[in-house]
Design a protein. Structure first.
Length: 66
């Protein structure tokens, strides 16, 4: 996997239309979106995991269950 295919938290937040804080809380709470920790502090996301997260949120009606 090339490092170019990995995205920072800021880049990932832009892709999914959420805030960095959302992704930080998600990691702390149990990671709905898989992430990769590089070293002690660096966190990266794979584009395919972000796309999967977006697809899992598609609803056809407001009454659809999550």
């Amino acid at each position: 996997m090339h490092s170019k295919s990995l995205m920072t938290t800021s880049e990932a937040a832009t892709v999914i239309g959420m805030s960095r804080a959302f992704l930080e809380r998600d990691r702390w709470a149990g990671a709905t979106i898989p992430f990769i920790r590089i070293g002690q502090r660096a966190v990266r996301y794979r584009r395919e995991d972000l796309d999967r997260f977006i697809e899992s949120r598609v609803r056809h009606s407001t009454s659809d269950q999550s």
